[in-house]
Design a protein around this ligand. Structure first.
Ligand code: IPE
Ligand code: IPE
Ligand code: MG
Length: 254
């Protein structure tokens, strides 16, 4: 048995509840093969399928995939439009399979900037899977962590005006309830492929205590084994949340 295989005796509590992934390196992967960048994006779809399948089998509650950042509009127009087309195709093609696997699909981000056609597809896909009770799959599209916090803050201001709230009434929970991930656990494990060690404006609030896992592998090469390795790395770390290891040990034995 491979050494990273998850021991079933380990217990679901040791696993991350929420895994977020910055799927990076499609362009470099393609370039290394002498192919155009779009070839890498297309190949990346297979890695998404493998990751979702692995997470689903592990019984992980939430997976959030960074598909398109609010900064990615700055890319060449033809690459942006290809990414949109790919998004459309994948949504149409994969949603039935997700539904069959009891997966609840949610697109998070400022989707208002997408074409009417794409927005309709997104709404349909979300509606179809809305009552599913298995894995929650968030696909972050035109997403930015600062945007997420800003729109939560705006909701809070509106709520304050309507309900006459004052500064001292405002809590962290109230702000978090306006985020795109409201009601979901915070990110426990954040994976970024392709060697860059930055967050790129992803899940800024939600990843406050996340373990950060960076791998040199380019996204199209990422597979079930890569995912299992990342999860095993997470499980083997002692999570402190700002308290001491002794306190955790006391909790465990108590
Ligand atoms: C990630 O791969 C996919 C998207 C951002 C859509 P990149 O396109 O960023 O690939 P690199 O980083 O240029 O290799
Ligand atoms: C982050 O990757 C966004 C996605 C994976 C969708 P980028 O490749 O766009 O990030 P930067 O520009 O290198 O920070
Ligand atoms: Mg990149």
């Amino acid at each position: 048995m491979a050494e990273h295989t998850i021991d079933t005796a380990l217990g679901i509590d040791s696993l991350p509840k929420h895994v977020a992934v910055i799927m990076d390196g499609n362009g470099r992967w393609a370039k290394a093969k002498g192919k155009p960048r779009v070839f890498g994006h297309k190949a990346g779809v297979e890695a998404v399928r493998k990751t979702v399948s692995a997470a689903n089998r592990l019984g992980i509650q939430v997976v959030t995939l960074f598909a398109f950042s609010s900064e990615n509009w700055r890319r060449p127009a033809d690459e942006v439009s290809l990414l949109m087309e790919l998004f459309m195709t994948v949504l149409s093609r994969e949603v039935k399979r997700l539904h069959k696997n009891n997966i609840r699909l949610r697109i998070i981000g400022d989707t208002g900037r997408f074409s009417e056609r794409l927005q309709k597809k997104i709404a349909d896909a979300q509606a179809l899977t809305a009552d599913n009770t298995g894995l929650v799959l968030n696909v972050a599209a035109n997403y930015g962590g600062q945007w997420d916090i800003l729109q939560a803050a705006k909701q809070l201001v509106q709520q304050a005006a309507e309900q006459g709230l004052t500064e001292s009434d405002v809590t962290e929970e109230m702000l978090a309830s306006g985020l795109s991930t409201a009601g979901l656990p915070d990110v426990d494990l954040l994976i970024r492929t392709s060697g860059e060690c930055r967050i790129s404006n992803f899940m800024l609030w939600q990843a406050a205590y996340a373990e950060l896992y960076f791998t040199e592998q380019h996204w199209p090469d990422f597979d079930e084994d890569s995912f299992a390795e990342a999860v095993a790395w997470f499980v083997n770390r002692e999570r402190r949340f700002g308290c001491t290891g002794e306190q955790i040990q006391a909790l465990m034995s108590g």
